[in-house]
Write a protein of this length. Structure first.
Length: 155
């Protein structure tokens, strides 16, 4: 089984979601199915269909989270080198064209969230940053064209 890198924080977030699905969402949905079933004719019961669809989503997500947690390789970023970009590293980049500074943490695909400054090691920018040191240029071919960054600092 291929192991997927993840931070302790990302692992705990997935565990919490799994626990919520099993202890809150699943029982609520079972109750909704029972209530919809009590309304009679199931062939034209929109509530029943919606609850069954929700059940499929919940069960699918539970299976997905079980797989992700079982294949997770928890990595502690504080124990990694600080001289180059590796998994878990927080970096400050500067867009060479716009002089805009951005801060990112390089994380596993299961916990990436650009809005929170977390990008996946398997993303184009994540791949381009791996192994770089402060002062290095990072060139990236994005769908909108070429982008150039400078790795200002490893935080």
């Amino acid at each position: 089984m291929q192991r997927t890198p993840i931070t302790r924080e990302g692992y705990e977030t997935l565990k919490k979601e799994l626990a919520r699905l099993k202890s809150v969402d699943r029982p609520q949905n079972i109750k909704a199915i029972e209530e919809a079933r009590a309304h009679g004719d199931l062939s034209e019961n929109a509530e029943f269909e919606a609850a069954k669809d929700r059940q499929g989503f919940i069960e699918g997500r539970i299976s997905e989270l079980d797989f992700k947690l079982n294949s997770a390789d928890i990595i502690d970023p504080s124990k990694l080198p600080k001289d180059r970009v590796v998994f878990g590293t927080r970096v400050l980049l500067e867009n060479v064209d716009t002089a805009e500074a951005v801060e990112y943490q390089l994380v596993g695909p299961e916990e990436s969230d650009v809005a929170q400054g977390k990008i996946s090691i398997s993303s184009p920018l994540g791949k381009a940053m791996l192994g770089k040191k402060p002062g290095d240029a990072i060139l990236l071919m994005a769908p909108g064209g070429k982008r150039s960054y400078e790795l200002v600092e490893i935080l």
